[in-house]
Design a protein around this ligand. Structure first.
Ligand code: MN
Length: 472
């Protein structure tokens, strides 16, 4: 495995990475830097480097991703309670209650271990509970894990394997849910060789066989299209060529029976343009310049993915090879990489879902419930719309009853009639991505026991049971 020599991070590096380096931000970060450095002074990592370089790396990566100052400060301090015997009171006296809360959250989360089904559920529960307090705890955990995976090769084989399992089964799905594409991709690719060494080597060999041809096809498409776009008056602020991550490539190969020729985004080209309207104009230019692969357009601007990802994807032929082209705005691009860090509203949606789940956790059979929640959060999701155009995200296979309860329990409890895309259907008919769901309520409408067999969300299940109990 290729091992990159680690570069030492300096306080200057962290300051340089700040989006808004105000004097007060510098003061807080400097204070935390020296405090943590002193706290970890005698500690070394397995590699022999100073332990403090670990929190320094985590804080640097978070600063670079645009995290706020309390998150960066907490990242510097994140191991001081656990590994340096600093107390919560002491942290609060120096850095305030917000930082104490976050660092204690990270500490409480502790070592999340992947050991099997039931334990997995228990770990997820702890994660959610922590996240429902402050999602910044999760951000630090993710970047903590990312740095630990970068140095995973130092551990004995069984420990390295276990860390990699946890990374694939717990951390990467959470990064995806938070729309932190870069982090998810890095976590997966760092874990892959430990978890499935043979598949890793095989996928690498398959990719190497087509790499030269695909990369040059992608570069050709990138240069031809960016010339054409600018000739048509569409300004691109950035053009880049990306290789698909090895782990994702492996996952996709499962669906094409191992035929890499069927995969169009081994390399993809990404154009960043000014406005959403430019995205659609650019799509027109792309399709009139290079031959499109039929049926490959995905409009994630009109239909964002459940984690908020937006952009337009299409595939074109560049010579003999197909290349995926992605078009998005600056804002969409930033969101796809660092998601929740910069998007407060996304955080709010996530948190309201989570706190609902946490309330439920306390009351139901934990094993069954956690399976369902994992499904709700990490399974494939669809996006449907209210007649007013508000989007509602649901697990695949959900019906109007799920949608009703997702909007408000009063809506779910009083469904009288349901129209999907203008046609009246039963409330339990499975919905499709993009459906417009019109739920008509009435005072006399009430939940039906039979619904329980059809609903897919934990929320709907719990609410229906509750209402039925009340009616008894
Ligand atoms: Mn750590």
């Amino acid at each position: 495995m290729e091992v990159q020599p680690a570069q030492d991070i300096t306080l200057q590096d962290v300051e340089d990475a700040l989006r808004e380096p105000s004097p007060s931000a510098r003061t807080s970060i400097g204070h935390a830097w020296y405090f943590a450095e002193a706290a970890h002074a005698d500690q070394k990592r397995l590699s022999g480097e100073s332990f403090f370089q670990h929190p320094a790396h985590v804080a640097h990566a978070l600063a670079y991703a645009g995290a706020d100052i309390p998150t960066i400060v907490s990242a510097l301090l994140h191991d001081t309670i656990e590994d340096a015997d600093i107390s919560g009171e002491e942290l609060e006296a120096h850095f305030g209650s917000e930082v104490r809360y976050i660092v204690e959250g990270v500490t409480k989360l502790g070592e999340i271990k992947y050991t099997g089904d039931e334990a997995y559920a228990e770990q997820l529960r702890r994660l959610f509970l922590a996240a429902s307090g402050d999602v910044r705890v999760l951000l630090i955990k993710l970047y903590d894990r990312l740095h630990n995976m970068q140095t995973n090769y130092m551990h004995p084989q069984d420990r390295a394997w276990r860390k990699a399992q946890e990374t694939l089964h717990i951390y990467a799905p959470i990064a995806e849910q938070l729309c932190m594409g870069e982090v998810k991709r890095d976590l997966e690719d760092l874990a892959f060789p430990y978890v499935q060494p043979q598949e890793y080597e095989a996928t690498k060999a398959l990719r190497e066989a087509v790499m030269a041809e695909r990369e040059s096809a992608a570069r050709h498409a990138a240069s031809l299209l960016s010339q054409t776009l600018s000739a048509r008056g569409i300004q691109t602020t950035r053009t880049s060529v990306h290789a698909k991550s090895l782990y994702r490539l492996h996952a996709k190969l499962q669906r094409t029976a191992g035929v890499i020729e069927q995969i169009e985004d081994v390399y993809s080209v990404r154009f960043v343009v000014k406005t959403p309207v430019d995205c659609y104009r650019a799509l027109g230019v792309v399709h009139s310049t290079m031959r499109a692969v039929p049926g490959r357009v995905r409009d994630y601007i009109a239909f964002p993915k459940s984690n908020g990802y937006q952009g337009i994807h299409t595939s074109v032929y560049s010579g003999a090879a197909a290349v995926e082209v992605q078009i998005c705005t600056e804002e969409m691009d930033a969101h796809s990489q660092y998601g929740i860090i910069n998007t407060a509203c996304n955080t709010v949606r996530w948190l309201s879902d989570v706190s609902d789940m946490c309330a439920a956790i306390m009351t139901a059979d934990p094993r069954e419930l956690m399976k369902n929640i994992a499904q709700d959060f990490f399974g494939y999701r669809i996006c449907v719309f209210t007649p007013q155009g508000d989007s509602v995200y649901l697990p695949a296979g959900s019906c109007a009853v799920d949608c009703g309860y997702a909007i408000h329990h009063v809506v779910g409890d009083h469904i009288a009639k349901v129209r999907v895309n203008g046609r009246q259907v039963s409330p339990t008919t499975p919905l499709q991505n993009g459906d417009i769901v019109d739920i008509v309520t009435s005072a006399s409408g009430k939940p039906d026991t039979a619904w329980l067999e059809h609903v897919k969300t934990t929320r709907a299940q719990l609410r229906i049971r509750e209402s039925l109990c009340r009616a008894l």
